[in-house]
Design a protein around this ligand. Structure first.
Ligand code: PLP
Length: 411
């Protein structure tokens, strides 16, 4: 008799987006003429930059000729891309990396979900709350999270609240934790962590022999100075941190798929007998066994992000979304609603007016203004009473949505 992995049965189901879909469908069937604007999803809407498209075409042509054809590539990624990543994203910030410390992949979702495999099941996990759900769910599947309690928390995970009360700055956990997921700029709150706060986490990890899993998928959106683009800007972080980056949100690769993960050779975790083991070696073993690498064509496209044209084109893309963020942020703020994020990130996190719970505000916004956003409570219990809007829509829809906020929403 085949047995299932019963840990999967502990997952609450993908309630959030299924429930949003159900409520929007019901509203549409009752109001077929309503023009619904979606500011809920975290997917980009602008086309790929021209420099990327040009290189993708060239790479396709290379596949048509035996002299330039590529079969299986290195699972860790082609050196032409890895070298550019190091040269553009790390060297200018004073961070030295070797090529075998950067692993090209098909997404930060996969990497942040898969990384837990190289750690023992007895590790205590810490996540910020609210949180990108992949970190929690992948640990539930592995059997590291325990069971879901009535507060909406897994009993073996340490949740670190990030709310307006602490200005979205997570406090160090009181209990000892082993694996810490941090994501800055943050999805869903759109907030960042000043360098002196990030330093505290690095020091905590060093003192406790913990590992920080640092998700920097939104790094390209940072506009202010005192914010680390990479955790390795903090002294000592190369000994305790793994960093995730993606081409999804800076260059529009959400459908094309390319990302990378940095695992410095100094980062170690321990056997029960206390022997230090290189996580770089373990991740390399995991990837070479279970992953076949990102296609040559896509890696060629990603490498063109690091050409002068590519750099200028992605800047234009980011500016486009950040202008949307400003329109949303300032428009909503002018109504007297408390808003957070949207300065160094494409997400705007608002406090629901009149202390409505997240789902009641979802319904109100949908019925009164025909706008779809994401209820904050869907990202964790501390998201209750908050609501996420994204800057990834078109300018036209963004402006229209804010106009509707001001003219149709009754608050
Ligand atoms: N990490 C965070 C915090 C995200 O919000 C997302 C996507 O929304 C990802 C990772 C996924 O990135 P990718 O498209 O590279 O899988």
């Amino acid at each position: 008799m085949a047995l299932v992995n019963e840990n999967y049965l502990k997952l609450p189901g993908s309630y959030l987006f299924a429930e949003i879909g159900r409520r929007v469908s019901k509203f549409k069937s009752e109001n077929p003429d309503a023009d619904i604007i979606r500011l809920g999803i975290g997917d980009v809407t602008r086309a790929l930059p021209a420099a990327v498209i040009e290189n993708l075409h060239k790479a396709v042509d290379e596949m048509a000729d035996e002299k330039t054809f590529k079969g299986y590539g290195p699972e860790q990624g082609y050196e032409f891309l890895i070298q550019k990543v190091i040269e553009y994203d790390y060297t200018p910030r004073g961070i030295n990396l070797d090529c075998d410390e950067v692993f090209i992949s098909d997404g930060s979702k996969c990497d942040t979900g898969n990384i837990q495999e190289i750690f023992g099941l007895d590790n205590k996990i810490a996540v910020t709350d609210p949180v990108y759900p992949v970190y929690v769910d992948s640990n539930v599947m592995a059997g590291r999270a325990g069971i879901l309690n009535s507060e909406g928390k897994f009993n073996k995970i340490a949740y670190v609240p990030c709310t307006a009360e602490n200005n979205f700055i997570p406090a160090l956990p009181k209990e000892k934790v082993d694996l810490i997921y941090l994501c800055f700029p943050n999805n869903p709150t759109g907030m960042t962590l000043p360098k002196n706060e990030l330093k505290k986490w690095v020091e905590y990890a060093k003192a406790n022999k913990s590992i920080i899993l640092y998700d920097a998928a939104y790094e390209a959106y940072i506009q202010e100075n005192d914010i680390a683009h990479s955790i390795y800007e903090i002294e000592g972080a190369k000994e305790i941190a793994i960093e995730f980056r993606s081409f999804s949100k800076n260059a529009g690769f959400t459908g094309t798929r390319c990302a990378y993960t940095v695992v410095p050779k100094e980062v170690v975790a321990y056997t029960e007998a206390g022997e230090a083991i290189s996580l770089n070696k373990l991740w390399n073993r995991r990837q070479t066994t279970k992953f076949n690498g990102v296609s040559y064509i896509i890696q060629k496209g990603a490498a063109s992000v690091y050409t002068p044209e590519g750099q200028s084109q992605i800047k234009t893309l980011i500016n486009y979304y950040m202008t949307n963020a400003k329109i949303i942020r300032e428009g909503i703020k002018s109504m007297g609603i408390q808003v957070f994020g949207g300065v160094n990130a494409p997400y705007i996190w608002l406090k629901t007016p009149n202390n409505l719970d997240s789902w009641s505000f979802f319904d109100k916004l949908l019925t009164e203004a025909n706008i779809v956003g994401t209820p904050g409570v869907g990202f964790g219990p501390s998201g209750q009473g908050y609501f996420r809007l994204t800057a990834f829509g078109s300018r036209e829809n963004t402006e229209k949505a804010i106009e509707r906020f001001k003219t149709r929403l009754k608050i």
